[in-house]
Design a protein around this ligand. Structure first.
Ligand SMILES: [Cu+2]
Length: 832
């Protein structure tokens, strides 16, 4: 119970004194009534005098009480004014709060690194990319054309990013073994359309910073032309063919959909893979209503397959056209059937007049919806720092890096000065669809093959990034003539979880003894990748006890299908008139390069099952009891595991040479938050490129040559013969006992859409990911060095009374009620 204020004590004291006087008088009256009958004959005057004395005392007491009360009201009001002024003055002097408009900043602070002295794992600086660009452009042997001027038949730079230095070199430098800082190199992807046999080649370029006179460039990967990633140049060529085809179909489009492509009533999108092997390259595209915001929800049922296998684009052609689930070899054949076949079933699907697909409509009619929602505050100042790519938070320290392939990654994550994870990076995001139209049956994506990293978006303040969040920018050079500046693509904030990280109510023999708990907060790093229709919300959370969590929740517009009739219901759900949500899955692949108490690590898969213990006299007659089985996994193949709740195994990564104080190997454990394993099978044509889907969890011995589990920019174009087949990492079956390990983790969900996916898929309860938790890593939970605890002693007889430690910071003092909601809305190509 809080201590009473001095004013409350004074008021209480005055009334106590008055009460005592009255009680004394009443006792004297009672005493007279106990007197003998002879004394009852005393005059009534004496009794009246006593009555008046009591009334007078009560009146005096009332006057004093009222005066005191008025004084209290006045002084309380005055105190309120003073405390408001004090709060305002404190607010003016709030330390770096991270609250826009307060004295903090929503931007990162100064970086400890620079282009002149970078961290070896840091992203390329814009200035480094400019130096590389100019050096390569002036290299006569490459004969490069600037991207914006290049045709597909030219040589041009498509992408560049850091070429990861060897881990051995980074650790030797980091750990102070008198080794020099690793030299940085870039990986540059160049299209060689001008070569007699065109190729895409990945080059290593450096050392950085390069100058025109001092750099080397040498090829490290050759990609067959047929597996080239899509470019602006190739899309422009497809656009010509599509425009021509839709032009021929204008009458059908007007009659079926109420408008044409030329009139901009229709638009289109495309799917992948573009064929299954290295002999074909074709793309299915489909017409959608060109409505504001949500064409992906309104596919029309008109689809084209364009063959762009030939090296010469003049030989590309429409290989198939589909209308209302019927495929025709030529456009002319479709037109003929449409006009002349009496049994031809025509679509009647104009753009809906009810804009159900728009989300800006606001109708705050729900009770209390007119009030502002809760907000985050940093009442005592921001407790984390963001200095360039380096983030620190209550013992945590890491670098944020990025890749155009799949987004942000984390390097050298340490907790209390010990590295836990050398690299945490999302690798792939499968989204494989099912349905009758080509738009669904041919859509078997890995969204990393669509540039998931370069699909970064500026986060919305107040939606994906709270008012206390610090925005960080990301720079990537991808599919463009210059580096792109993704403003505010990363949000970093400390989150109030509104829950205890630990708490307890202790009941002693004589009632409640004490209550205690630690308020849970955590640092969040968020990145959203909007791959066409879908928004992957990736949230990385760093908890106070050394745990960390990875979560992906998908939102955005579905890639809907056209609902033709009840036969479609086996592939999804009808969600609007002629619109269906098609069955698909979301499976994500993460690379986790754990270093637990050093780089020599072992996977201990701990099983739990019933066994018989006949010698135990305390067991029931069955003699059954659950027991643990520790399985130190010896080889890569043996580490393959699929999540199976009916046969539970706890996956831990331990260092068997590093025991904690109790002789138990220090380790971390994985909790997978996964709703489904992949249903893909080796019978599928694209399986080799998707073989990473086979398991929930695999451990491999770390190799520089096994940097990424997928290369879907290339392999989505010939998945049957991919450049990287993940299972090759595993099938050489090397020993993984006390080795430097990489854990490849898959988590997934099956999305059976429902009407509530309109207009936007909502996130609640759909997250998939995993948690890494200390598992005998410490000698006890690492919480004693935190302040944000409350301890309330109820039993004063306990020796612990007086140990009351309360998080007393007042939230209101540093809260800015009108945060800055400015939004750049830009991921500016060429802005650097
Ligand atoms: Cu989905």
């Amino acid at each position: 119970m809080p201590n009473p204020s001095p004013k409350a004590v004074f008021v209480f004291s005055v009334f106590s004194v008055l009460n005592q006087i009255v009680q004394m008088e009443l006792r004297s009256l009672d005493g007279s009534s106990d007197a003998s009958p002879s004394k009852k004959a005393r005059s009534s005057m004496q009794q009246e005098l006593m009555t008046w004395r009591i009334i007078s005392l009560l009146l005096i007491g009332a006057v004093i009480g009222l005066s005191v009360a008025l004084g209290v009201i006045y002084t309380t009001h005055k105190d309120l004014e003073e405390s408001e002024a004090l709060a305002a003055s404190r607010r003016d002097s709030c330390p770096a709060t991270g609250i826009p408009g307060a004295s903090g900043s929503s931007k990162p602070g100064p970086s400890p690194f620079s282009a002149a002295d970078p961290h070896p794992l840091e992203d390329l600086y814009p200035s480094e990319t400019q130096d590389i660009f100019h050096a390569l452009m002036s290299n006569a042997s490459l004969q490069l054309t600037p991207y914006d001027d290049a045709a597909l038949s030219d040589n041009f730079i498509w992408a560049m990013e850091l070429d990861q230095p060897a881990k051995f070199d980074v650790l030797n430098w980091r750990d102070g073994n008198n080794q020099p800082k690793p030299i940085r190199f870039a990986r540059v992807v160049i299209f060689h359309g001008a070569w007699a046999v065109p190729e895409v080649v990945e080059y290593r370029v450096g050392p950085l910073p390069v100058s025109a006179s001092n750099f080397r460039v040498w090829p490290v990967r050759h990609v067959p032309w047929i597996m080239r990633p899509m470019t602006v140049q190739e899309y422009d060529l497809l656009e010509g063919i599509i425009t021509d085809a839709f032009g021929q179909l204008a009458t059908i489009c007007t009659e079926s959909f109420g408008g044409t492509y030329d009139e901009e009533a229709l638009t289109w999108t495309d799917s992948s893979p573009r064929g299954y092997n290295r002999t074909e390259r074709h793309t299915w595209v489909w017409a959608m209503h060109n409505v504001d915001g949500a064409p992906y929800l309104l596919p029309t049922g008109l689809e084209l397959m364009i063959d762009h296998t030939d090296v010469d684009p003049s030989n590309w052609f429409v290989k198939s056209v589909a209308y209302n689930l019927q495929a025709y070899d030529t456009i002319a054949e479709l037109i003929d059937q449409y006009n002349n076949n009496a049994s031809f079933v025509k679509i009647n699907f104009p753009a809906p007049t009810d804009p159900y697909y728009l989300i800006e409509q606001s109708k705050p009619t729900r009770q209390n919806a007119q009030h502002a929602s809760p907000r985050h505050v940093n009442p005592g100042g921001q407790r984390f720092t963001v200095n360039g790519p380096q983030v620190e938070y209550l013992g945590w320290k890491f670098l944020i890096t990025s890749s155009f392939r799949s987004g942000i990654s984390f390097s050298d994550i340490s907790f209390l000065n010990e590295t836990i994870v050398y690299e945490l990076s999302q690798q792939a995001a499968a989204a494989t669809y099912s349905g009758r139209p080509a738009a669904q049956s041919a859509s078997q994506y890995d969204d990393s093959g669509w540039g998931m990293g370069a699909a970064a978006q500026p986060l919305i303040r107040g939606v994906a990034c709270p008012e206390t969040g610090v925005f960080a920018d990301v720079f990537m050079w991808w599919n463009s003539g210059n580096i792109s500046h993704f403003q505010g693509a990363v949000c970093i904030f400390e989150k109030d979880l509104g829950t205890p990280i630990a708490s307890h109510f202790n009941k002693g023999n004589d009632g409640l003894d004490f209550a205690t708990g630690i308020h849970s907060t955590a640092l969040v790093v968020r990145f959203i990748s909007t791959v066409y229709n879908y928004d992957y919300v990736l949230t990385y959370t760093f908890f106070l006890d050394g745990s960390m969590d990875v979560d992906m929740s998908a939102t955005g517009y579905m890639q809907a299908g056209r609902w033709a009739d009840a036969n479609d219901n086996q592939f999804g759900t009808r969600v609007q008139d002629q619109v269906m949500g098609n069955l698909h899955d979301h499976i994500l692949n993460f690379k986790v390069d754990l270093d637990i108490a050093g780089t020599a690590n072992t996977v201990d898969s701990i099983g739990v099952a019933y066994d018989t213990f006949p010698e135990n006299p305390f067991l029931p007659p069955s003699k059954l009891a659950k027991k643990l089985t520790h399985n130190l996994i010896a080889t890569e193949m043996a580490s393959k595991m699929r999540l199976n709740p009916s046969n539970p195994h706890l996956i831990t990564v331990i260092n068997t040479d590093e025991p904690n104080a109790w002789g138990v190997s220090r380790g971390y454990k994985f909790h997978l938050h996964s709703q489904a394993n992949s249903l893909q099978t080796p019978a599928l044509e694209w399986w080799p490129a998707f073989s990473w889907l086979e398991n929930s969890f695999v451990a491999t011995k770390r190799k520089e040559s096994e940097h990424r589990s997928v290369e879907h920019f290339y392999d989505m174009n010939a998945p049957d013969v991919p450049l990287v087949r993940f299972l090759d990492f595993v099938e050489d079956d090397e020993s993984i006992l006390q080795e430097d390990l990489v854990l490849w983790v898959n988590v997934g969900s099956i999305h059976i859409p429902s009407a509530e996916d309109i207009p936007l898929t909502t996130i609640a309860g759909q997250g998939i990911g995993f948690t890494l938790r200390p598992f005998n890593y410490f000698d006890a939970a690492k919480l004693e060095d935190l302040r944000q605890r409350i301890y309330i002693a109820y039993n004063p007889a306990r020796p612990s009374v007086g140990l009351v430690e309360v998080d007393t910071a007042k939230a209101s003092e540093c809260f800015q009620s009108t945060p800055d909601y400015s939004f750049s809305g830009s991921n500016l190509y060429g802005d650097h």
